[in-house]
Design a protein around this ligand. Structure first.
Ligand SMILES: Cc1ncc(C[n+]2csc(CCOP(=O)(O)OP(=O)(O)O)c2C)c(N)n1
Ligand SMILES: [Mg+2]
Length: 575
């Protein structure tokens, strides 16, 4: 067997050198160079020096897995897909990676550009004509931070490191490369490029006048408030926020949060909000509000700050150019890494001794309020008329995971708020969501999360619709093949509650409301747990009796700890 060093070999080497552990792949006629290169390094006994290829029968699963892996580790992974067809199948998953500000490198082959056998890799299958499209790179262009074409193997390593540098620089995000077959087959001389020469941009802080302005405003406030959505993407930022909040007794409200931004059990936690239908009193009462890392700090049509509130925005993505319509009426908007910024503000408060007696008083008031709010929520954690409610289910999950080193994925949709309020995740990094709007992330996400944190118990809380969007046939198969057992708990209301809710918000007395005709029911329901059993040999069970629920969950978790995935479809009141 002759061994060749090609663009594909160099490409794979560059990924390894950059610290990529996994390639989540869905392969095609564009990938012979890569398949051959991987086989050659394996034959040479060098397999361990290269990323491991994880076969994903659906692209949604591949990208969602890479997304969750990078969310947990903050290290980007690679996704390989097939020309335009596989790229199209990434669909909503790339939108999620963009909105979640998650770094990932997506590679797709491209149809060969020679048709007469001029070069190794020239067209030799009918599909090569059909898959030659005018703008393959354009498919992802609205959703990636950077896209480029590999034109030669001689600088493919530089391209990989540049792409990853862009992907990792905050706000992080997906990047894409394409490489036509001939280029991926090109023999090149082995070479090295030092990835250390391509670091992401270092985290930036606030200018000193902005630090002083925000710190003074917070310290002088009667009712200061911090609103945040994604500061906790960096778990190390959470203790920094706790310190600032405690220094000045500032309550923290989590808005549309898909990570732990502030410990749920902290006395300064001011609650969670997703899609609000009523004014949040905490928000209305605040006189100074610091919005830290948030795309949606509130929904002005239903809940907003008072007209005189002084609002400050500090965000890694301060003006959000990728959101065509966005506005927060802020006195000051500043771009900074939230950990650095919060530490700067705390230091200023301490150095300038801005803490007065009012802080202690406010601390007691806020603590009381959070105790009352917690008690009101606790009282709701019971079944109603022998039916499992989402709140009761979430309380059972919380009890199940008490003391466990659990990593929870949330894709509970109309139950996002319930999950946040009753799970009350407190450890930084213990809860993650896609951060995007395309459903089906948690199926592949669970695989990626488990690969990233093999020692942790990974649990997905998902709607039944979202479970199906996640291509469970593919996700569960991958989980068994690669030994990533996780627990999936389906908030199974047998349909899509969300579009029904949306219609009722806009047309509360319309014809759809009167006839209860929303086209959202999944009756007769598919055997969701059965899908997982069939595809991945998972343990599957359906439960509707509230009394049985804790035991069923416990058994399922034991199965997962034993190395086999489990899916529990929990029957909630139907949509
Ligand atoms: C890929 C994708 N398709 C469609 C939608 C629109 N959508 C938003 S919520 C929802 C229903 C989700 O159903 P389920 O997961 O069962 O949650 P529930 O609404 O029942 O709480 C749909 C279809 C979407 N967000 N993403
Ligand atoms: Mg549902």
């Amino acid at each position: 067997m002759t061994s060749t060093y090609t663009t594909s070999t160099a490409f794979l080497e560059a990924l390894a050198e950059a610290g990529v552990s996994y390639i989540f792949a869905n392969l095609g006629s564009d990938h012979p160079g890569l398949i051959e290169a991987l086989a050659q390094v394996k034959a040479q006994g060098r397999e361990d020096e290269f990323p491991r290829l994880i076969v994903c029968p659906h692209e949604t699963v591949a990208l969602s897995a890479a997304h969750a892996y990078a969310t947990v580790t903050r290290r980007p992974q690679a996704v390989f897909v097939h020309v335009d067809a596989g790229t199209q199948n990434l669909g909503g998953a790339v939108s999620n990676a963009m909105r979640g500000r998650v770094p990932v490198l997506i590679f797709a082959g491209a149809a060969p550009f020679t048709i007469g056998g001029e070069l190794p890799g020239s067209r030799n299958e009918f599909i090569h004509w059909i898959q030659d499209v005018p703008d393959q790179r354009g498919i992802l262009r609205g959703y990636v931070k950077y896209d480029n074409e590999i034109r030669t193997g001689r600088n493919v390593k530089q391209l990989v490191h540049r792409a990853l540098q862009v992907a990792r620089t905050e706000p992080a995000g997906p990047v894409s490369l394409v490489g036509p077959r001939e280029v991926m087959e090109e023999p090149v001389e082995p070479y090295t490029v030092d990835p250390a020469e391509y670091p992401p941009a270092a985290p930036a802080g606030l200018a000193s006048d902005v630090i002083a302005e925000i710190a003074n405003a917070l310290a002088a406030a009667q009712k200061p408030l911090i609103v945040t959505s994604y500061l906790g993407r960096n778990p190390d930022a959470v203790p920094a926020l706790v310190e600032l909040a405690e220094l000045l007794a500032i309550p923290v409200l989590e808005s549309a949060a898909f990570c732990v931004n502030f410990p749920g059990n902290h006395y300064l936690h001011a609650g969670y909000q997703f899609t609000t239908t009523a004014q949040n009193p905490v928000l209305a009462a605040a006189d100074v509000i610091l919005v830290l890392d948030s795309d949606v700090p509130w929904i002005p049509a239903t809940s907003k700050p008072g007209p005189d509130a002084a609002i400050y925005v500090v965000d890694i993505d301060p003006v959000k150019a990728s959101l065509p319509m966005w506005h927060v009426p802020a006195r000051r908007i500043a771009g900074a890494d939230s950990k650095v910024a919060v530490e700067q503000i705390s230091r200023f408060v301490r150095d300038q001794v801005l803490i007065d007696a009012g802080v202690q008083f406010r601390s007691a008031v806020v603590e009381d309020a959070s105790r009352v709010r917690r008690a009101a929520l606790d009282a709701l954690e019971r079944p109603e008329h022998d039916v499992i409610t989402p709140r009761y289910l979430t309380a059972c999950v919380r009890e199940l995971l008490a003391g466990a080193d659990a990593l929870v994925l949330t894709e509970a949709i109309t139950n996002y708020q319930v999950v946040a309020e009753h799970l009350r995740a407190s450890r930084p990094g213990s809860l993650i969501g896609s951060g995007g709007g395309s459903l089906g992330w948690s199926g592949g996400g669970a695989v990626g999360a488990k690969l990233a944190a093999p020692e942790r118990v990974v649990v997905s809380l998902t709607g039944d619709g979202s479970f199906l969007f996640g291509v469970p046939s593919s996700a569960q198969w991958v989980a068994r093949r690669y030994g990533t057992p996780t627990l999936t708990v389906i908030y199974d209301n047998r349909g899509w509650a969300a579009p029904r809710f949306s219609t009722l918000q806009v047309h509360p007395d319309g014809a759809a409301a009167r006839a209860d005709d929303f086209h959202v029911s999944f009756e007769p329901e598919a055997d969701l747990a059965g899908v997982a059993q069939a595809a991945g040999g998972a343990y599957g069970v359906r439960v509707s009796d509230p009394g049985e629920l804790p035991g069923v969950l416990k058994d399922a978790l034991a199965v997962v700890r034993g190395g086999r995935s489990a899916v529990v479809s929990v029957q909630l009141p139907p949509v």
